[in-house]
Design a protein around this ligand. Structure first.
Ligand SMILES: NC(=O)c1ccc[n+]([C@@H]2O[C@H](COP(=O)([O-])OP(=O)(O)OC[C@H]3O[C@@H](n4cnc5c(N)ncnc54)[C@H](OP(=O)(O)O)[C@@H]3O)[C@@H](O)[C@H]2O)c1
Length: 224
């Protein structure tokens, strides 16, 4: 059992808190409005307590469930997060969700890591919509969560925190891959709208063990 702090009391914060409780962890829900956090924590059960952002940030691992457009970077820089595991779920959406506030070649995860160089930033839960939490399985397929970080133990820690989750956690490489993973949300939004699936849309990467040559039915033809 671990103590996790969540900053914010919105759509993702609530679901992450419930998911962490299902995984037998304790959560401090931090809010600008501690009375709101108290009401929500009471509804989520005895493993969830309420407080300020500062109180939530005292936990060993912290999940900011805030938008970058709402000055999340400045909020995080004021908190004592040095040496901590920070699970970054943010996508840098603009106000009307039509695009990102960051340019191609940049990502929210990298911006947070740059602002907090002594914090262990792991990007996670970026490629799903909040509605997926309530039903993470699509036609028998567990929805994938892509983990990105330059801190390999950090990625394993995140996967362990949620090991009883219905999601499948996939190591998706370095932190800079957050540029791609974050923008997968924009693509999913566009595809989802076109096909009437939004917000019931997720990602599943296909893969299986492969041995060189074992599946190359044309190997003989290609030999010189
Ligand atoms: N929505 C999704 O489906 C989804 C999926 C993947 C990732 N994400 C990411 O998760 C993060 C949170 O998204 P969300 O949908 O959970 O957001 P949300 O429901 O709007 O909640 C955001 C929270 O931010 C806090 N906040 C701090 N400053 C604020 C301000 N100036 N204005 C409004 N709220 C402020 C509020 O909590 P307090 O009032 O308690 O402080 C609020 O509840 C974002 O970075 C988003 O990109 C979202």
């Amino acid at each position: 059992m671990r103590q996790i702090g969540i900053l914010g009391t919105g759509r993702m914060a609530l679901r992450l808190a419930a998911e962490l409780v299902r995984n037998e962890h304790r959560v401090t829900l931090g809010s600008r409005d501690p009375a709101r956090a108290t009401r929500i924590a009471a509804a989520l059960g005895p493993s969830v307590s309420a407080g300020t952002y500062e109180e939530a940030a005292a936990a060993e691992a912290v999940i900011p469930a805030l938008f970058l457009r709402d000055d999340a970077l400045a909020v995080l820089q004021r908190l004592p997060l040095q040496g901590k595991l920070l699970i970054d779920i943010s996508n840098p959406f603009n106000e009307d969700y039509s695009d990102f506030t960051l340019p191609w070649g940049a990502s929210a995860s990298e911006a947070i890591q740059e602002a907090l160089p002594a914090t262990r930033v792991v990007g996670a839960f970026k490629n799903i919509y909040w509605e997926t939490f309530d039903q993470p399985v699509f036609d028998g397929n567990r929805s994938d969560i892509f983990l990105v970080s330059d801190d390999a133990p950090g990625k394993r820690e995140v996967a362990q925190l949620f090991e009883r989750s219905a999601f499948r956690f996939v190591d998706a490489g370095r932190l800079a891959n957050a540029r791609t993973v974050e923008r997968m949300t924009l693509l999913a939004q566009e595809i989802g709208r076109r096909h009437g699936w939004l917000p019931r849309i997720g990602w599943k990467i296909l893969g299986e063990p492969w041995q060189a040559g074992s599946h190359d039915r044309y190997a003989g033809l290609l030999a010189r």
